[in-house]
Design a protein around this ligand. Sequence first.
Ligand SMILES: [Zn+2]
Length: 247
Amino acid sequence: MPTNNRAVLIVSGGMDSCVLAHYYAAAGFHLHLLSFDYGQKHVKELTYAERYINDLRTRYSQLEIAHDTIDLPIASLLTNSDSALINTEREMPHGHYTDDSMKATVVPYRNPNMLLQAATVAWNEHASVVAYAAHQGDYSQYPDCRKIFVDAFNDMLAVAMEGQKIEVESPFMRFTKAQIAQLGASLKVPFELTWSCYEGGNSGLGDQHCGICGTCVERYEAFKIAGIPDPTTYANDPEQYLHIPGK
Ligand SMILES: [Zn+2]
C-alpha cells in the first residue's frame, strides 16, 4: 500500500502507459512521468507521450504532473544485440505479439534500467510508488514484465537503500490489453494521442501505424475485442495476424 500520494511512472508513447497515467491521476496521485530515449527505432513515440501528458495536465490541473525524458545508453551498450527495436540492421518481425518471432523485440535489461532510474527519482522526491504498465500479453516474451521480476526488483530496492520504502507496482499485470482498453475508455483516455507501432513511422509511414508489427496487431486486436472504436490509422490490415478465438 502506498504511504503517500506521489508516484513516479515509466511511460512510453503507447496506450498502456497513457492508461497508467490516467489511472494514477484519477486516484489522486501527483505524478512524475519518466520517458526514455534508449535508442529505440520508434523514438517517435516520445512525441506522443508529450501530447497525451499535455492533455492529462489540462484534465487534472489540481495535480502536479511533471514529465522528463531520460537518455539511457542501452542501445549503444548493446552493440552485440540483434533486438529489432534497437538494431538498425534488423527488420521488424511481422505477426502477433505472442508469436515466437516477437522474441526479436526483447531489449535486454530495459525495464530494470528504467525502473532503477525511476526509483532514484522516487527517493529524491519522497514518492512511495514507482509504476509501469506491464500487462498479461507481455508475459510470454518479456522476462522483465513478469511478477517474479517485479517481486525480485522490490526485494533488491529494499536492500539497496535503507530508510525509505519505495514499492514498484504493475497494476495491469493480470490485465489483457483489451481490458486495458476498456479501463482506458472508462477513464476517457485520448487513445488518438498515443503511439504503439515499433516501426515508428520509419520507411515512409509518417503518422500511420504499420499494422503488421507485433504491437500494432496487439493494439488493433485489443480495441476489437474490447468493442471500442480504434482511432488508429494502419498502413496495412492487421486482420491477417489476429489470434482472436474462433477466427
Ligand atoms: Zn507497427
